[in-house]
Ligand binder design. Structure first.
Ligand SMILES: [Fe+2]
Length: 306
């Protein structure tokens, strides 16, 4: 006699993974997106703008709520550390984060909790792997706008603890990306997450093509002038996102450096490579939730669920 199994309608066939990395997101940080949202933490006021990208972030938030992570781990290109990879180990960072080029758009009051145990574990694992690593313990260090921007847009309630990693790979000053170390840092991050039993979501706070205007319209959110820098930059972003959408992520090992060379992409800072390495370059496609330009730079919100 055949056995019949009953499943509750709508229940998932997959067993929820308790610990480990449950999802990774490309989560770009243009300050304009936070400005456009008018959150109470940000002093400037706007009339909106960049809606399609912000709708992508709304979808990210819906998915994040389903993933129910214990911690958000973010790697961001504007906490630039010239010597080594730093991890923020301050238990409760508080202060005002200001975008130095756009202080009229981003003066953000932050107050969040760090998962110090995981932060310390990442420091230890990265040092054991041979990386120059430092635990940042000075509460007076201002948290950069790329970290705050990605974290706010992913989780404006700030009700999930955070671990924040610096960029030892400067996005602006070097001609070639030194992405190899990001492989090591990603693997160390994954080991620390496993060791501490955390259920983690990773955020790579990177834009894509990164040429931008040097003049601002009178109304910063004037979408009548928002467009790609040129067709070459746009086409470069689309070529990369096609690889993202087709998968597997292994193809991005070659596609990311090619895209950096073609478009001055901010992924040169290594956040995306760190994220993919931490997930072990899974044999899956990414889900592009949105693409749009911000002062001509290309930005995509992408989810990978390993
Ligand atoms: Fe940036």
């Amino acid at each position: 006699m055949a056995r019949v199994f009953h499943a509750t309608a709508g229940s998932s066939r997959t067993v929820r993974k308790r610990g480990g990395i449950v999802a990774g997101y490309l989560a770009p940080h243009p300050p304009h997106l936070v400005y456009a949202e008018n959150p109470p933490q940000n002093e400037p006021r706007s009339t909106g703008g960049w809606e399609v990208l912000r709708w992508g972030y709304e979808e990210l938030r819906r998915r994040l709520a389903v993933h129910k992570p214990d911690v958000l781990v973010v790697h961001a290109p504007h906490w630039i550390t010239m010597v080594g990879h730093h991890v923020n180990c301050v238990p409760n960072p508080r202060g005002i984060s200001v975008e130095p080029i756009f202080p009229h758009l981003f003066r953000y009051h932050y107050d969040f909790a760090t998962d110090v145990d995981l932060a310390e574990a990442i420091v230890a694992e990265a040092a054991d792997a041979g990386l120059v690593t430092s635990a940042m313990r000075d509460p007076g260090v201002r948290v950069d706008y790329a970290t705050i921007g990605a974290l706010h847009l992913a989780n404006p309630a700030w009700d999930i603890p955070v671990v924040s990693l610096s960029a030892n790979n400067n996005p602006y000053f070097y001609s070639d990306a030194a992405l190899d170390e990001m492989e090591t840092l990603g693997a160390a991050t994954a080991r620390a997450i496993e060791r501490t039993g955390r259920r983690a979501v990773l955020l790579a706070s990177n834009s894509l093509s990164h040429l931008h205007w040097d003049r601002e319209p009178d109304l910063p959110e004037d979408m009548g002038v928002e467009r790609p820098f040129d067709h070459h930059q746009y086409a470069g972003d689309m070529e990369l996102l096609q690889v993202v959408r087709e998968g597997p992520t292994e193809r991005l090992r070659a596609a990311v450096p090619k895209h950096i060379a073609a478009t001055q992409a901010e992924t040169k800072a290594g956040s995306l490579t760190w994220l993919l390495a931490a997930m072990g370059w899974p044999a899956i496609a990414g889900d592009v939730l949105a693409y749009g330009t911000v002062i001509a730079t290309g930005n995509a919100v992408v989810e990978w669920v390993p």
